[in-house]
Write a protein that binds this ligand. Structure first.
Ligand SMILES: NC(=O)c1ccc[n+]([C@@H]2O[C@H](COP(=O)([O-])OP(=O)(O)OC[C@H]3O[C@@H](n4cnc5c(N)ncnc54)[C@H](OP(=O)(O)O)[C@@H]3O)[C@@H](O)[C@H]2O)c1
Length: 276
């Protein structure tokens, strides 16, 4: 059985929906990841063959002022899972982030490229990666710029702002690959089916800035919106973000045969799905 930790989250909800029946989901009420005893109780009772960890403290700016909580959930919590999955002989699939990189490489990041997180969130996710490796049967999947049906995300924020405003300032100096959780789940599934181990990147192909992404969302929906490009400095968020953290997915293609769809086409599919 596959256990999805974080069933109430955006990716966790998608994992449960797509795997449909073959997974068991747990949310924070049943398993508090920061408590070893709580994780132990769930894993020793359910004895899953695979645990996919989609639990995380994902408020990137909030992590800056709640460092202890960030490291407890994103770091220590993963250590609990790694130790206990190791004990019961289960595989640990840890979802990680492009924010482990500093974004200065200037070309898409390979799995083995040096990490250098710029924020507390990135540092805590990196600690999570290090801890996941305590179980030799680990699979770390780095992804980025997620959107999906089950959670707050950039696409939904843009569409709800369209009801309130006719002009928006959008950051135009951060580049990444918008990724639909449904496509990410297919990659996770393939990596598990092939019993892959180690670190992989999984994002929709191609890349853009947040400004380009916003433009595409409004264009697809036929919404007239004035967009003004701004810099990260102008936005002045508490956490620094990498400027170019595009992830190279050729290892995913080589080991699973999966070539993830382009972000623009995927956005179209998501909007159709959402509007059904
Ligand atoms: N969203 C993105 O753009 C993005 C990009 C790169 C990587 N990722 C990674 O992808 C994964 C899934 O992200 P997501 O966007 O689906 O996150 P999400 O919607 O914020 O969901 C996170 C889940 O973690 C749970 N959680 C938080 N603290 C917990 C705790 N102490 N104990 C147990 N559960 C706890 C939350 O439960 P409550 O709802 O009860 O708080 C929620 O179910 C994360 O590892 C994230 O770092 C996300």
């Amino acid at each position: 059985m596959i256990l999805v930790a974080g069933a109430s989250g955006m990716l966790g909800g998608e994992l449960l929906a797509i795997y449909n029946g073959t997974t068991r989901g747990v949310c924070r009420k049943e398993m508090e990841i920061t408590s070893f005893a709580s994780v132990q109780k769930v894993l020793l009772t359910l004895k899953p063959a695979v645990v996919i960890n989609a639990m995380a403290f994902t408020d990137v700016d909030g992590c800056e002022s709640r460092q202890e909580q960030a490291f407890m959930v994103n770091g220590e919590g993963v250590r609990h899972l790694a130790e206990l999955t190791g004990e019961i002989g289960a595989k640990l699939v840890q979802i990680s982030s492009d924010y482990v990189f500093d974004g200065t490489k200037g070309s898409p990041y390979l799995e083995e490229d040096p990490v250098n997180p710029l924020s507390i969130y990135g540092r805590s996710k990196l600690t999570g990666e290090e801890n996941a490796r305590l179980n030799p049967d680990h699979l770390i999947i780095r992804t980025q710029w997620l959107y999906g049906l089950n959670g707050r995300n950039f696409v939904e924020t843009m569409l709800s702002l369209a009801n309130e405003k006719n002009e928006l300032n959008i950051v135009n100096d951060q580049t990444g690959s918008p990724t639909w959780t449904a496509d990410l789940v297919q990659a996770i599934r393939r990596l598990i089916e092939k019993d892959c181990r180690g670190t992989y990147h999984a994002v929709n192909s191609g890349y853009c800035t947040w400004f380009d992404f916003a433009g595409a969302i409004f264009a697809e929906q036929g919404i007239k919106m004035g967009l003004r490009p701004i810099t990260s400095e102008e936005l002045a968020r508490p956490a620094a973000r990498p400027l170019f953290s595009v992830l190279d997915c050729s290892k995913l293609l080589r080991d699973t045969g999966l070539n993830m769809d382009g972000w623009r086409n995927t956005l179209k599919k998501y909007l159709n799905e959402r509007d059904k």
